[in-house]
Design a protein around this ligand. Structure first.
Ligand SMILES: NC(=O)c1ccc[n+]([C@@H]2O[C@H](COP(=O)([O-])OP(=O)(O)OC[C@H]3O[C@@H](n4cnc5c(N)ncnc54)[C@H](OP(=O)(O)O)[C@@H]3O)[C@@H](O)[C@H]2O)c1
Length: 281
């Protein structure tokens, strides 16, 4: 006989799959969705360049939070096919699980020629192999997906600018940081809360720009990190050309949403404080 009320423990708890759980956003999402029945997968559990195995594809998932990605922006220039295998085919494989999907894209789909915030209806024009793979990945997400473009992610785990600056700030008196790229440094804890807002509010699927309030250059961000962490390291402001990195990056990539009901995130400076509090706590 069918039970009218299934297992009371499962009732109300969604079965949520997180890919890239070893990454900084995956980690924050695992915390934000802790009240659900979460399956958090590392690369060793599922290499997303291959279709999921039949146990995952069995169709009893309520939500897939797909954060697994090739995020080495410079490395993608040397191996664009390797990057596409993760950032395009990987998204298609996540979408093939047939559950509602949240997937993440980037401000690097834009060329940075604007001087006012990029909104969802602005035409993308990526300058890098990474940006191109992420743009194609957006298309691979299909109709049953929230595609969140976000930017300059940082958190208390993984590889990110804040953790790099904290390390360098302990070791050196001065660091050189680019001052000709402007964007929105976004704390993964705040982004994860916004993901819940979109999903729990059942906001319409499709493309959403979700980044911290405020804007700054990387040099200004570094100065704020040193100030808030109490480090006496100076920032020498340089131009991107001086770094000679393989991938070009947009000079301006502030993201804002033009969509009704879009989640708004706290200011990046508040995100920085929250991240530093996690690091010392
Ligand atoms: N970081 C940013 O500034 C930024 C900005 C805008 C958008 N985004 C997007 O936001 C999302 C999350 O980024 P993040 O900063 O959290 O990235 P991250 O810290 O680099 O984490 C990505 C995770 O994906 C895993 N991964 C890589 N290739 C994989 C594969 N073939 N199969 C399974 N897992 C694989 C990595 O595992 P390993 O540790 O084993 O390599 C890593 O744990 C990505 O879609 C990214 O493109 C990031």
């Amino acid at each position: 006989m069918e039970h009218e009320h299934p297992d009371p423990v499962r009732a109300g708890r969604r079965r949520v799959l997180i890919t890239g759980a070893g990454g900084q956003l995956g980690h924050a999402l695992e915390k934000a969705f802790a009240g659900d029945d979460v399956v958090a997968l590392l690369r060793g559990d599922w290499d997303v360049t291959h279709p999921a195995d039949s146990t995952l594809a069995a169709g009893d998932l309520d939500l897939v939070l797909h954060t697994a990605a090739w995020t080495d922006v410079d490395g993608a220039e040397a191996d664009p096919q390797g990057a596409a295998a993760v950032n395009v085919a990987g998204v298609a494989h996540a979408a093939a699980l047939k559950a509602p999907l949240v997937t993440f894209s980037t401000d690097y789909v834009f060329d940075g020629r604007k001087r006012s915030p990029y909104v969802e209806s602005d035409g993308p024009s990526p300058m890098s192999a990474y940006g191109r793979t992420k743009l194609h990945g957006e298309a691979a997400a299909g109709q049953n997906a929230w595609v969140l473009r976000t930017s300059w992610l940082f958190g208390s785990t993984g590889h990110n600018f804040v953790r790099t600056m904290l390390r360098l700030g302990e070791e050196r008196d001065e660091v050189s940081v680019v001052d000709d790229q402007r964007g929105c440094p976004t704390f993964v804890g705040h982004l994860a809360a916004a993901v819940r807002e979109l999903v729990d509010g059942d906001l319409p699927k499709g493309l959403w720009h979700v980044a911290a309030a405020g804007e700054c250059t990387w040099a200004e961000f570094a100065e704020a990190i040193f100030e808030d962490a109490g480090l006496a390291c100076r920032v020498r402001r340089i131009r991107s050309a001086e770094l000679e990195r393989p991938a070009r990056r947009p000079a301006y990539s502030v993201l804002r949403s033009e969509r009704a009901g879009a989640p708004t995130l706290p200011h990046w400076r508040e995100g920085l404080r929250a991240c530093l509090a996690e690091l010392v706590g």
